[in-house]
Write a protein that binds this ligand. Structure first.
Ligand code: NDP
Ligand code: 8X3
Length: 250
């Protein structure tokens, strides 16, 4: 029997690379994101190699999250792997200059959205006494950098939720673990800087950042460990990065 992975934020970056890799590994996919057209395009390509179901929703919309995830078509309703990946940074401002809408977006998407999706998926895992939840945290969940304030808070919350999930689901046959990347070259900075591509590109210049495929490989490694092995918390940075603020550039 094929396994099924539900990936949030599958339309771009880490989520998209993970969808591609897991499709190649013959895992069925439930792909989520807000952009319907992008989801259709990805499904058209990946359904040549595996079974794909797409769900377009905003993780902030809790009613829709529960309605869609509790009514998955039978062929996709057994979620073996939940990849809680949807998220972004919005802005990079000192706390005194922060935009409250940016704060709302980061806390609502990165924290509350992850909770809603998990709440919808966990009961099935508990019933089956099986499943694996991978929470995508960040080095920003391990340290705080200047102007990162609320984004870092949201990822510290993911770190706490990851630990809390592991404690509360202990003994229920469910693996829980976080993967915390450093700088990964995706649309992340373009979103953070609200479409300022020039500023976004500069974030990844003069060093070799992680690529989304690097994280996808680690996610695949984590979900293919033997039944008794759970990767609880894994931080990964590119060679040039030593911390959020120390990046060796050429
Ligand atoms: P991208 O911007 O490339 O991808 C973000 C994904 O999240 C998109 O698929 C987007 O889909 C989805 N998303 C964003 N907001 C919502 C929402 N409200 N509802 C549903 N889906 C949403 O960024 P990354 O791939 O880099 O980011 C993925 C995760 O990795 C995030 O949690 C990020 O914090 C984390 N991360 C990223 C790092 C990096 O340096 N890039 C480093 C450490 C962690 P759509 O727009 O279609 O809704
Ligand atoms: C994304 C990495 O350093 O931009 O979580 O916060 S960073």
């Amino acid at each position: 029997m094929k396994n099924t992975a539900l990936i949030t934020g599958a339309t771009s970056g880490i989520g998209l690379a993970t969808a591609q890799l897991l499709a190649e590994k013959n895992i069925n996919l439930v792909l989520c994101g807000r952009r319907t057209e992008k989801l259709k395009e990805i499904a058209a390509s990946l359904s040549k190699i595996t079974e794909v179901h797409t769900l377009a929703f905003d993780v902030r919309d809790k009613e829709t999250v529960f309605k869609l995830l509790q009514n998955l078509p039978k062929a996709f309703s057994t979620i073996d792997y939940l990849i809680n990946n949807a998220g972004n940074a919005h802005g990079l401002d000192a706390i005194q200059n922060g935009d409250v809408d940016d704060w709302d977006a980061m806390l609502d998407i990165n924290v509350k959205g992850l909770l809603y999706v998990s709440k919808a998926v966990i009961p099935g895992m508990i019933k089956r006494e099986s499943g694996h939840i991978i929470n995508i945290g960040s080095t920003a969940g391990k340290e705080v950098y200047p102007n990162g304030n609320v984004y870092c808070a949201s990822k510290h919350a993911v770190d706490a939720i990851n630990q809390g999930m592991r404690l509360d689901l202990n003994g229920k046959g469910i693996k829980v673990g976080a993967i915390n990347p450093g700088l990964v070259e995706t649309a992340f900075s373009e979103v953070r800087f609200k479409g300022d591509t020039e500023r976004a590109e500069k974030v990844y210049q003069n060093f070799t950042p992680l690529q989304p495929e690097d994280i996808a490989e680690i996610i695949h490694f984590a979900i293919t460990r033997p039944p008794h092995v759970n990767i609880a918390d894994l931080t990964v940075m590119c060679l040039a990065q030593a911390s959020s603020t120390i990046v060796h550039k050429n």
